[in-house]
Design a protein around this ligand. Structure first.
Ligand code: SAM
Length: 146
């Protein structure tokens, strides 16, 4: 029997990536998986091929715990793909997040880091290996392997 592939768009919001299962910190009924702040409900150890995070890293306060959680759920050689604001554009993104999440669509429960955080060190410390890194305009794209 062919092995099944499981790719999860973590922090998928209302704009999920095609071909990926949705997952968010909210438990909206349209989501495939819900993240309760500690675990992904219903997700099994060593079952995930890829976690994809677009514009989500800067909303995660506890990066180390979340990366450890990904390590637990990922298959051997499983991947994390991260697309997030690069350091040079971080300050202007904070201003946009303040305007958007505090004034335009007030969602005070959505946290964002006021400063740029070097998440590379945390991923490496946990045992992930960087396999690809490039820029797309103001975003940095990185791919990590377990
Ligand atoms: C800027 S939106 C990005 C949505 C989608 N990934 C996209 O690219 O359009 C940030 C998303 O992160 C989610 N989020 C916020 N805090 C989170 C957390 N601590 N853990 C996981 N997801 C979180 C939000 O609910 C929201 O869906």
């Amino acid at each position: 029997m062919p092995k099944s592939t499981l790719k999860i768009d973590f922090g998928s919001g209302y704009n999920p990536k095609s071909g990926y299962k949705t997952c968010d910190i909210t438990n909206a009924p349209f989501l495939d998986f819900a993240y309760d702040g500690e675990k992904i409900i219903g997700c099994k150890k060593n079952s995930v091929d890829e976690f994809y995070l677009r514009n989500v890293i800067h909303h995660i306060p506890n990066l180390k715990e979340v990366f450890l959680m990904f390590h637990f759920y990922l298959k051997r050689n499983g991947k994390i793909k991260i697309i997030d604001v690069r350091k040079e554009y971080y300050k202007q993104n904070v201003i946009l997040d303040i305007i958007w999440y505090r004034y335009v669509i007030p969602r005070n429960e959505i946290w964002f880091s006021p400063i740029y955080r070097d998440y590379f060190e945390i991923l490496k410390m946990i045992g992930f290996t960087l396999v690809e890194q490039y820029y797309e305009d103001e975003k940095e794209v990185t791919i990590w392997k377990k």
